[in-house]
Design a protein around this ligand. Structure first.
Ligand SMILES: NC(=O)c1ccc[n+]([C@@H]2O[C@H](COP(=O)([O-])OP(=O)(O)OC[C@H]3O[C@@H](n4cnc5c(N)ncnc54)[C@H](O)[C@@H]3O)[C@@H](O)[C@H]2O)c1
Ligand SMILES: [Zn+2]
Length: 370
């Protein structure tokens, strides 16, 4: 559905899951409209965004978007706050924030009185273009990240692109890196549709509306054909095994989405080596590589600064400890000849380790980062 003219541009579709379906709408001004229509709802919001939300006089629970906020110990406080606001099975919860708030509200809404309805307003570009659909929660326990979780989708997702106006270059670039990853995983047609939108930093909210709609419709297809993470959905891990190692190995100086963008390039580079190693016949898509290199350009300074002080042994250790690997094999998603992606298992031996190491260094050298 595309409404142009007297109406602000808005797009909308349904996501079907085994536990029901929910509507996803993207456009501008959606949060302020909902706020006026639902004065009695309880708002669980990212504390940093609270001053701009006009929520005086509303029932508000605000939390900092920190990993410590999504720890299991914090849930009794959140549940008590809901109780103090007299939340019951008819109460509707409105969540406003990025992935941290989404994880918290997914879990809190699922356990409060055995489950209450909630609407999600994602506010980071990665949560708008990627994580807002899927319905998963991941909660930290005693310092272990994302150790427990469940699936409890919202009754509605409203992607309000006005929230993009305050995001940094790193947040926009990182969100677009995740978005192109999804479209590439969906197949060549979606990848071309995405590129035709010229997604780059800086990005206006109207451009954002089209980009988010493209990425979400690609992700909708993927999660509907593989709701339980068995096949296609595993390809969404593209760029993540290499990227997580950079994110953690740089002590989070390289933020998640930017690290994923770099991880996609390292995976492309690895695909070339793997071709010689395993005769998989892999070849990266030159167009994807070109796009990703241009996308990362506005954050070059911060990447170069982070790489200057990075301990490369720590990156390799983080790569080794990725929980997606098996006892004897590394598992990674790489581009293949037909323009698609493939999840491969590589033996944990000296040759593979050398190839992984070279894929990182060759990528950074080619980009002039080191
Ligand atoms: N549930 C899922 O499916 C899923 C998927 C991927 C990641 N995650 C989780 O999400 C978290 C990361 O989430 P994220 O990257 O979306 O961001 P986030 O919630 O960690 O927020 C990142 C920063 O951006 C700020 N922020 C949020 N919206 C803003 C806005 N509109 N303007 C300015 N600043 C804004 C926040 O206050 C915070 O400082 C991690 O904990 C990760 O484990 C969950
Ligand atoms: Zn990611």
């Amino acid at each position: 559905l595309l409404l142009i003219g007297a109406f602000p541009m808005q797009e909308s579709f349904e996501v079907k899951t085994s536990s029901g379906q929910y509507r996803v709408t993207s456009g501008r001004g959606l949060f302020q409209k909902a706020r006026l229509e639902h004065p009695d709802a309880i708002y669980l919001v990212d504390a940093k965004l609270l001053p701009g939300l006009n929520l005086d006089g509303h029932k508000v629970i605000s939390l900092p978007a920190l990993e410590s906020s999504k720890s299991l110990d914090k849930f009794s406080e959140i549940i008590v706050q809901l109780r103090e606001f007299k939340a019951n099975r008819d109460t509707h919860l409105f969540a406003v924030g990025g992935g941290v708030i989404q994880d918290i509200v997914t879990f809190a809404a699922s356990i409060y009185m055995r489950g209450i309805a909630w609407t999600y307003f994602p506010t980071t570009l990665v949560s708008m273009a990627d994580s807002c659909i899927g319905g998963k929660s991941s909660i930290n326990v005693a310092g272990h990240k994302n150790l427990v979780g469940n699936i409890y989708p919202p009754s509605e997702v409203q992607v309000d692109l006005d929230f993009c106006l305050t995001l940094s270059a790193e947040e926009i670039v990182g969100g677009l890196a995740e978005a192109v990853k999804i479209c590439y995983a969906r197949g060549d047609e979606y990848f071309r549709k995405f590129l035709a939108l010229n997604p780059a930093y800086p990005m206006s909210p109207d451009e954002g509306t089209r980009i988010v709609a493209c990425a979400l419709s690609a992700k909708k297809w993927i999660i509907e054909v593989d709701e339980f993470d068995c096949n296609e959905r595993l390809l969404l891990n593209f760029g993540h095994t290499f990227g997580h190692a950079l994110e953690a190995g740089s002590n989070f100086a390289i933020p998640h989405g930017v690290a994923v963008g770099m991880g996609v390039l390292v995976a492309c580079n690895y695909a070339r080596t793997a071709n010689a190693l395993t005769e998989l016949g892999t070849k990266c898509s030159a167009d994807l590589q070109r796009y990703m290199e241009q996308l990362l350009e506005p954050v070059r300074h911060s990447i170069v600064a982070a790489l200057a002080s990075i301990d490369f042994d720590a990156v390799m250790q983080k790569f080794e400890s990725d929980k997606k690997h098996r006892a004897d094999f590394y598992r990674m998603v790489i581009p293949v000849e037909d323009g698609g992606l493939k999840l491969i298992s590589e033996p944990k031996n000296a040759a593979t380790k050398m190839a992984i190491h070279s894929a990182y260094l060759n990528t950074f050298r080619a980009l002039g980062y080191i």
